[in-house]
Design a protein around this ligand. Structure first.
Ligand SMILES: *Cc1c(COP(=O)(O)O)cnc(C)c1O
Length: 410
């Protein structure tokens, strides 16, 4: 399997090279040259989640040194549950937050870290920009991995205290920086850094493993219920929704794929007007989705180069902070279920924009206990802290504050 650039000016490479390089040589993003199509009969009901992912990802690793290691990589990366919870007869929550740092970012970060540790032939530095949850997932996944130095950039004072603690509690090979700027500034720094790999979702090695839960859940749902489920994905940088589109492209029984955003509405606007216009980031209470220039849009566009195809494949809805709060309160009062502000955007979209009797699966992207300062005043109740988080909150913090100028000179 070869990987090429969204901008078409990079020699095809295999997966480990694409992962190590991060960004393609022409400034574009790596994408698979072709998508395999699977015989769904090959995925028997009793495969474990890691075994399923190994089978799914195998064609993407053909011809690469990592192909033989895929079993071990999947077993080590996906060592936590992926439960599907029913909210009502036709609405489900796919809980993607049972990894060590309590967000779906653990899937990609742990997969990438395990790939890199199998490629341990050289010292490398990995940089990551985070609007909250990527930094902690990457730091946790790479912590104390020999040969790898990790640099995490997060926008100062724009992430929650608990998110910050999860990024700064590591030390050792993890170097955290609070940047005086926005997430988009942090992302720009990474894109201009030379000879450094990135663990952001611009890295194809983070994106491919995220196909796993869409493929796994859709197939199980289809076998159990006889219908294709539809998905609503809370989105910012558009990595998670790209992975959903990739799973569908490979032939998995996925119906509609719908994007929920906060008021950073670049993609809903694009789908309405046909013009992509990057915007300044607007801070919201779903802060991991505060992205004004989503990187993975380029991958979506190369998947659907014709606008009408793009519109047929994806819909997008924008959700305000007030609507997020209202949704958290309403869901809690009606069902007792507590969702994080990101997941709430998708719940809002399901309840107000997609009011049909089809089966919808909402990607629940983070554990609500990471966002207690938003949620507790709404539900007027204390959120229990997950044990994994408690340990990080109690640890010391290691980080430096830097200005944007500090990066311009280096
Ligand atoms: C990163 C993140 C998102 C957005 O995912 P993208 O792949 O950037 O679209 C949504 N919810 C949570 C909790 C996140 O951490």
């Amino acid at each position: 399997m070869h990987y090429v650039s969204t901008r078409g000016k990079q020699q095809p490479v295999t997966i480990s090279r694409a992962m190590r390089q991060g960004l393609a040589g022409d400034g574009g993003l790596f994408i698979p040259k072709i998508f395999p199509s699977f015989n769904l009969e090959d995925f028997s009901q009793n495969l474990s989640y890691p075994q399923f992912c190994e089978k799914l990802l195998a064609p993407f690793f053909v011809g690469d040194a990592l192909a033989k290691k895929l079993n071990k990589i999947c077993e080590q990366a996906f060592d936590f549950p992926v439960p599907l919870k029913s909210l009502d007869d036709h609405t489900y929550l796919l809980e993607l937050f049972h990894g060590p740092t309590l967000s779906f970012k653990d899937f990609g970060a742990r997969f990438l870290a395990n790939c890199f540790s199998q490629l341990s032939d050289a010292q490398m530095t990995i940089m990551v920009a985070t609007s909250g949850d990527t930094g902690s997932a990457v730091a946790s996944a790479f912590y104390k991995k020999p040969q790898v130095k990790v640099i995490v950039l997060f926008p100062k004072d724009k992430i929650s205290k608990r998110q910050q603690k999860q990024i700064t509690c590591w030390g050792d090979n993890v170097h955290a920086y609070a940047v005086e700027g926005t997430f988009d500034d942090c992302q720009k720094i990474i894109k201009s850094a030379k000879n450094i790999s990135t663990a952001n979702s611009i890295n194809i090695g983070r994106l491919l493993p995220q196909m796993g839960y869409y493929a796994f859940t859709s197939l199980k749902h289809f076998k159990d219920k006889g219908v294709e489920p539809n998905f609503v994905v809370p989105s910012g940088n558009m990595g998670n929704v790209t992975a959903a589109c990739y799973a569908k492209k490979c032939g998995f029984p996925i119906g509609r794929i719908v994007i929920a955003t906060n008021v950073n509405r670049v993609v809903p606007d694009f789908l309405e007007k046909g013009i992509f216009q990057a915007q300044k980031t607007i801070p919201t209470i779903a802060n991991a989705m505060d992205v004004g220039n989503p990187s993975n849009f380029e991958r979506l566009q190369s998947l659907f180069p014709v606008f009408s195809d793009f519109q047929r494949a994806l819909s997008a809805f924008m959700v305000s902070d007030d609507e997020i709060k209202e949704t958290i309160a309403d869901l809690f009062n009606r069902t007792g279920e507590i969702v994080c502000p990101h997941t709430a955007t998708a719940c809002y979209v399901r309840n107000h924009c997609l009011t049909d009797d089809n089966d919808w699966i909402i990607a629940a992207t983070a554990d609500p206990c990471k966002f207690e300062s938003v949620i507790e005043p709404i539900i007027k109740k204390e959120l229990p802290v997950a044990p994994a988080l408690k340990k990080m909150l109690d640890a010391d913090e290691y980080y430096d504050v830097v200005t944007l100028d500090a990066f311009k000179s280096s």
